[in-house]
Design a protein around this ligand. Structure first.
Ligand code: MF3
Ligand code: CO
Ligand code: CO
Length: 246
């Protein structure tokens, strides 16, 4: 969506705060032995406190409140009885709907002693997200975001999962436009002030290809390499974007 009124901005800010708080609470409970379902329940309790609802459940019938993906699981992992182990990288991808407005964010969190490579991968994704946000202002082409993201990921020697992109958001989880994390030749249209989008570099140390796994939801890296993912929901302005999920 594109924000037209101060009330819409305030409503999106409120949804963004719920997402940020849920991720903060879940992250605080990340430890060896915790199950992904237990982490999901932590997020669900934050949602309940604000009367927020799960975006993935609402829009897609996702079987969980939040998406929790571990190691080679890139996105859309289903919370369940899997217990986190020392050395895992867990991605907490949280989308809330509050009073009809959606916000979406993700953080990659190391569990215990994670390999230097995997930590560096997570740092690269976060760095790429911030570079992408710096490129996101009114008048810039949408593919300037992907150019900045990809250049950052390249500088670390990692790959973007090209099948997975950021997106417009606001009245639904996924709205136009698509926001690729690489320099896509076809995304030359300019960003406009008020537009609400996510930026979300999903990257791997391998080739960046993903495939569906047997559960109908989880996407894994084809080569089994670890994936990292950071995401924010932002509002485009003439200057630096407003980060709704910080
Ligand atoms: N949070 C995801 C995103 O960043 C959306 C998950 S919806 C699901 O786009 F239903 F596919 F899980
Ligand atoms: Co998300
Ligand atoms: Co998203």
């Amino acid at each position: 969506m594109s924000i037209e009124t101060p009330e819409e901005l305030e409503a999106l800010r409120a949804a963004g705060r719920v997402v940020a708080e849920a991720i903060r609470a879940m992250r605080a409970d990340v430890r060896v032995g915790v199950s992904t379902r237990e982490l999901d329940e932590v997020g669900a309790r934050v949602f309940a406190r604000y009367r927020a609802r799960s975006g993935p459940q609402l829009d897609y019938g996702f079987p969980g409140t939040t998406c929790i993906s571990v190691n080679d699981e890139a996105v859309h992992g289903i919370p369940g009885k899997r217990r986190l182990r020392d050395g895992d990288l867990v991605k907490l991808d949280v989308t809330a709907e509050l009073d009809g407005f959606y916000a979406d964010a993700c953080a990659s969190v190391p569990v215990g002693n994670v390999s230097a490579e995997c930590r560096r991968l997570a740092r690269a994704s976060r760095h790429a997200l911030h570079r992408g946000m710096q490129a996101a202002h009114a008048g810039a082409a949408i593919n300037e975001i992907g150019r900045a993201v990809e250049a950052t990921v390249d500088s670390y020697g990692y790959s973007v999962c090209r099948d997975l992109a950021g997106h417009g958001i606001g009245r639904r989880i996924h709205e136009a436009p698509n926001v690729p994390s690489f320099r896509h030749p076809a995304f030359g249209q300019p960003l406009t002030a008020g537009l609400v989008i996510t930026i979300e570099p999903i990257i791997t140390a391998g080739r960046g290809e993903v495939r569906e796994s047997g559960d109908g939801w989880t996407l894994r890296t084809r080569d089994g390499s670890c994936a990292a993912h950071f995401e924010h929901t932002i509002v485009i302005t003439d200057a630096a974007p407003v980060v709704l999920t910080a």
